[in-house]
Design a protein around this ligand. Sequence first.
Ligand code: URA
Length: 240
Amino acid sequence: MSHRNEATAALKALSVATDACRECPLGAHATQSVFGEGPVGAALMVVGEQPGDKEDLVGRPFVGPAGKLFDRAVAELGWSREKLYVTNAVKHFKYEPRGKRRMHKTPGQREVDACHHWLESEMELVQPRACIALGGTAARSLLGRPVAVMTERGQWVEDAATGRRVLVTLHPSALLRGDPLQREAAWEAWLKDLSMASELMKKAGARRPAEKQPAAEKPEKPAARPAANHARRRVRMVME
Ligand code: URA
C-alpha cells in the first residue's frame, strides 16, 4: 500500500475511534463524532471549533450555515474545497437543549484539551503545509496559547516549538452574528484574511496538477465500536 493510502486508511480508523471517544462528556450527548475530511497531503488544513447542529446530524464538518459561508468564501477565492482538509478542534457537538432546539455551547478548555490528540493525529497523517484557524478555539488548539483573534488575524503566525504555520481569522459564525450594517465590510475583511493563503493553494495546485487524491470519507459506523486505544494501536500498526 502506498503511504498515501495507508494514511487515508489510518484517518478512517481514527474517525471510527473518535465516535467511540468518551475522554470528555460530549460524546455521550452527540449523535456521532464529526471527523475531518479531505485528502492526505492537502496543502492547507482548515480548523474550526466544533460541529454544529447540522454537522452533528450529517456527520460531516462545515455543512451547516457557517459551512455555507465558508464554501462561498472558498468559491470567491478560486479555491476548491476538495483540495482542503477541513476539520474541527473538538469532534463532538456541545449544546444546550432549549425546547426542541439544541443551542450551540462553546466547548470548555478541558474538552478542547481532551480532543487535542485527535487533531494532532490528523496533522501527522495529512501533513499540511499550513493551517487556517477559524476562530479562537481553533487558534488556541493549534498554537497552544490563547490567541486574540482580532489582533492576530490576517497574518501568518509561526509556532516556534512546532514550526507550524497558522493563519488566524474569524470563525464564519462571527460573521453571521455580526452587525447587519457591517456585514459587507466584515465579509470583505474575512476574504482578505483568507486570501493570505491563496499563494500556497496556487503553488500546491501547480505542483500536483493531475494527481487525484482519495478523500478521507466518513466510514460507516460499525455495530460494535472499537475502543479508542484499540483503534489508535491499529493506526500505529497501519503507519509502521
Ligand atoms: N462550526 C464549526 O466550527 N465547525 C463546523 O463543522 C460547523 C460549524
